[in-house]
Design a protein around this ligand. Structure first.
Ligand code: MLT
Length: 426
C-alpha cells in the first residue's frame, strides 16, 4: 500500500502521508493541507473527517462491529459489570480484583451530593426537563470543585465524583416531578441498585431491587458507554481542548446528547409509538406515512444509523434483553405491541430493507426503559449515565495526547467588503 496520497490542484502535485490504524482504517493526514495548497476541505457533518487518533473504541459500520479497548460489545454486555466497563474505557484495561474494589469503593463513597447543589436544583421549575437539570448541575460541580479548572490537577478525583454523583443528581428530577422526596444514596448498595433505589424507593414502603431490572440496566448502560467520535463525544473533546475543566466539558456533552437527532432519539421513539397508539394503533398506516414522508412529514425515529450500514450490534443485544425483560416482568403494554409491529415491518418490508432502516439501539432502549418503569423524559438521562465513562475516557485521552485546541476552518459565502451607510441613508 502506498504510504502517501497525491493531490494535484492548480497544476501542482502534493503528497500527504497516509496513516493506517490498528484495524486497518486509513486516512490522509492533511494537517498541512492549507499551508501547502491554500485549500481547506469541506465536509459538512464531518462524515469523512477523522478528528483524532483514538485507542478507546473501534466500530465498523459495514460489519456491525463495536469494541471497547479491543473487547467485543457482545462479550462485555454478557460478562462484565458497568463499572468494570467504565474502568476499562477510562484506564485502558479491565481492572484486577483489587483495582476494581478500590474503584468501586471510591465511587460508593462519593455518591452524596453537596447539599448546596440542592438549592440550585430547587430553583428549577418542577417540570424542567431532566436533561436541562443534569447539564446545569454537572456544570455547577466545577464551582464546588474549583481545582478542576487547574489543568495540572489530577483528574482521577473528579472522574470518581462524576461517576458517583451523576446517578444521584439524575434521580432528583424524577422524584420531584412526582412530588416525592428525593432519596439519598446508600453506600451498602451497588451502583445500579443504588440508582434504582434512589429512583423508585418511597419512605412509606420497602423497595426491593428486581434482579431482572438491575441486570437489564447493567446491559443497557454498557451498550451506551462509548461510541467513538459521535456528536456528544466530539463536543466533550472540543470543549476540553480549550482546557475547560472536566465538569464543563461533560456538561457540554450532556447538552449535545439531548438533541432528538442524538441521545434524544429514544424519547422520540416512545413519543412516536404513543402518537400511533393515540391515533388508533394502525401500524400499517404509519409505515405508509413513513414511505411518503415528503408529503406526510412523518419522521420515523429509531430506525437506521448514520454509521452502521447493515445493523447496529447494540440493537441486537438490546432486542434480546427487551424480549427477556418484557417476558420476565410480564409486561403487557399496547405501545410495546405497536413497537413489535413496526419492528416486523422494518425487518421484512423491502422499503426499509433497501434503505437500511433496521431498528437501532434507540428503538429498543426506549422500549426496555419503559418496561423498567423509567419515565420517557428520563430516557436520555439514562443514555447520559451510560455514556459518561466514554465521555470521560475520550476527554482524558485528548488531554493525555496533548491535542491542540479544536478550531475548524470554513469557506465564507457572505457579502464582500462594502462601505458603512448611516441609518439616515439606509
Ligand atoms: C451513539 O451511540 O452515540 C449514537 O449511536 C450516535 C452516533 O454514534 O453517531
Amino acid at each position: 500500500m502506498a504510504n502517501t496520497a497525491e493531490l494535484t490542484v492548480d497544476g501542482k502535485s502534493y503528497e500527504f502521508p497516509i496513516f493506517e490504524g490498528t484495524e486497518h482504517e486509513k486516512a490522509f493526514d492533511i494537517s498541512n493541507l492549507r499551508d501547502q495548497t491554500g485549500y481547506v476541505t469541506l465536509d459538512r457533518g464531518y462524515k469523512n473527517t477523522g478528528a483524532t487518533k483514538s485507542a478507546i473504541t473501534f466500530l465498523d459500520g459495514e460489519q456491525g462491529i463495536l469494541q471497547y479497548r479491543g473487547y467485543s460489545i457482545e462479550e462485555l454486555a454478557a460478562k462484565a459489570s458497568f463499572l468494570e466497563v467504565a474502568y476499562l474505557l477510562i484506564y485502558g484495561e479491565l481492572p484486577t480484583k483489587e483495582q476494581y474494589s478500590t474503584f468501586e469503593d471510591s465511587i460508593r463513597r462519593h455518591t452524596l451530593v453537596n447539599e448546596d447543589m440542592r438549592k440550585i436544583f430547587d430553583g428549577f421549575p418542577v417540570n424542567a426537563h431532566p436533561m436541562s437539570v443534569l447539564s446545569s448541575l454537572v456544570s455547577a460541580m466545577s464551582a464546588f470543585y474549583p481545582d478542576s479548572q487547574d489543568e495540572k490537577s489530577d483528574p482521577d478525583g473528579h472522574i470518581i465524583r462524576l461517576l458517583a454523583k451523576l446517578p444521584t443528581i439524575a434521580t432528583w428530577s424524577y422524584k420531584r416531578s412526582l412530588g416525592h422526596p428525593v432519596n439519598y444514596p446508600k453506600n451498602n448498595l451497588d451502583y445500579i441498585s443504588n440508582f434504582l433505589n434512589m429512583m423508585f424507593a418511597l419512605p412509606v414502603e420497602e423497595y426491593k431491587v428486581d434482579p431482572v431490572v438491575a441486570e437489564a440496566l447493567n446491559v443497557l448502560l454498557i451498550l451506551h458507554a462509548d461510541h467513538e467520535q459521535n456528536c456528544s463525544t466530539s463536543t466533550v473533546r472540543l470543549v476540553g481542548s480549550s482546557q475547560a475543566n472536566l465538569y464543563s466539558s461533560i456538561s457540554a456533552g450532556i447538552s449535545a446528547l439531548w438533541g432528538p437527532l442524538h441521545g434524544g432519539a429514544n424519547q422520540e421513539v416512545i413519543e412516536m409509538l404513543e402518537a400511533i397508539k393515540a391515533d388508533g394503533g394502525d401500524v400499517g398506516k404509519y409505515v405508509d406515512m413513513a414511505k411518503n414522508a415528503k408529503t406526510t412529514g412523518f419522521r420515523l425515529f429509531g430506525f437506521g444509523h448514520r454509521v452502521y450500514k447493515n445493523f447496529d450490534p447494540r440493537a441486537r443485544i438490546i432486542k434480546k434483553a427487551a424480549d427477556d425483560v418484557l417476558g420476565k416482568l410480564g409486561v403487557n403494554d399496547p405501545v410495546l405491541e405497536i413497537a413489535k409491529g413496526l419492528e416486523e415491518a422494518a425487518l421484512h418490508d423491502e422499503y426499509f430493507i433497501q434503505r437500511k432502516l433496521y431498528p437501532n439501539v434507540d428503538f429498543y432502549s426506549g422500549i426496555i426503559y419503559r418496561a423498567l418503569g423509567i419515565p420517557t423524559n428520563m430516557f436520555t438521562v439514562m443514555f447520559a449515565i451510560g455514556r459518561l465513562p466514554g465521555w470521560i475516557a475520550q476527554w482524558k485521552e485528548m488531554r493525555e495526547q496533548k491535542e491542540p485546541i479544536g478550531r475548524p476552518r470554513q469557506i465564507y459565502t457572505g457579502a464582500t467588503l462594502r462601505k458603512f451607510v448611516s441609518i439616515e441613508n439606509r
